[in-house]
Design a protein around this ligand. Sequence first.
Ligand SMILES: Cc1cc2nc3c(=O)[nH]c(=O)nc-3n(C[C@H](O)[C@H](O)[C@H](O)COP(=O)(O)OP(=O)(O)OC[C@H]3O[C@@H](n4cnc5c(N)ncnc54)[C@H](O)[C@@H]3O)c2cc1C
Length: 386
Amino acid sequence: MSPDYYLLDELLTDEARDVRDRVRAFVDSDVLPVINDYWDRAEFPWALVPKLAGLGVVGSTIEGYGCPGLSRLAAGMVTVEMSRGDGSVNTFLGVQSGLAMGSINLLGSDEQKQRWLPGMATLDLIGAFALTEPDHGSDSVALETSVRRDGDAWVLNGAKRWIGNATFSDITIIWAKDVEDGQVKGFIVPTSTPGYSATKIEGKISLRPVQNADITLDHVRVPESLRLQRANSFRDTASVLRLTRAEVAWAAVGTSIGAYEAAVRYAGERVQFGRTIGSHQLIQDLLVKCLGNITASIGMVVRVSEMLDAGEQRDEHSALAKAYATSRMRETVAWAREAMGGNGIVLEHEAARFFADAEALYSYEGTREMNTLIVGRKITGTAAFV
Ligand SMILES: Cc1cc2nc3c(=O)[nH]c(=O)nc-3n(C[C@H](O)[C@H](O)[C@H](O)COP(=O)(O)OP(=O)(O)OC[C@H]3O[C@@H](n4cnc5c(N)ncnc54)[C@H](O)[C@@H]3O)c2cc1C
């Protein structure tokens, strides 16, 4: 049974259908056969990168600079299909396209876009996005990494935590507070700059192939030409997250579909009490609940994408989609795993990987609680988190 229960396919343009099919073929032929092994070893699947670069999806909705300029719905299809295969590959792409390239596209000068985006679109240059700090995650607005103007350069000091792609990135977007005016500014920092170091976070139980790092910045000196010219306050940083949070909601749909499809397959093969388990009422109940979650989430993320394309979407719209779709995903992957009994916790049967990866999606790019409070502020007019 297809997870596209209410025929989203009929809403897609030829462009969206075409890119969906291209990514689906890549996932089926290249990602699924190898990804469990990378996940088990917590290794990034570099072998997939050349083909990923050739898919024409890096840069997503960005127009020009070698990027595909996809509609939000087509970009959503890319995210769903990647995540249906593997959350780590999708996260690598999300950090590159949405967070790193997205920051440069939204907040960089034309010159900065010309200089950095074409190389990033071909994956010859890998980017990371460093906002979170050891002592500031949900309250990243209170970040402590400092930057001081020194002649025609800037000097950065501080620490970042959890930064995806950062063990191998060529550049990292660093968010820091200007000691002079107290405002948050963004910098494109080449990782070869003296004073910059990144250390892999070991022992993760979720998105194991994603290389997350602790970063230290010890008098890292960058020229004015590397300051994002249109990033003048934390409000600008948040404008990047408004877009990427909607993408995480799409990723939650893809993750749910991956787990659901694995459970449906398994339910059709596994025999207990002389019948396939899919013919038992309670297993059917689990599968129907999964499909209901997926279908409801699709409705929400499609509408958010349309609003983004129309310029009508606000922080609270992305926040609700992210909180809702990741909450439904967390239920769905657990039910899919449950439907497989003991095999549900073994990588070979697929649901286990989605089950574990869902935990990171649930918490990154704003936890369920923080996104809930953003919507709560909209409903009541009172912010509960200041
Ligand atoms: C796999 C992974 C990849 C990531 N990649 C990146 C990246 O590339 N770049 C980057 O900058 N960051 C990245 N992050 C960081 C991520 O955005 C943070 O983990 C997230 O914002 C939560 O921050 P925290 O982990 O410090 O949790 P905390 O802020 O310490 O929160 C702990 C708990 O307290 C709750 N809480 C906090 N404040 C409140 C409140 N006021 N009311 C109610 N509950 C509250 C939270 O919801 C959470 O449940 C990544 C994280 C993970 C796990």
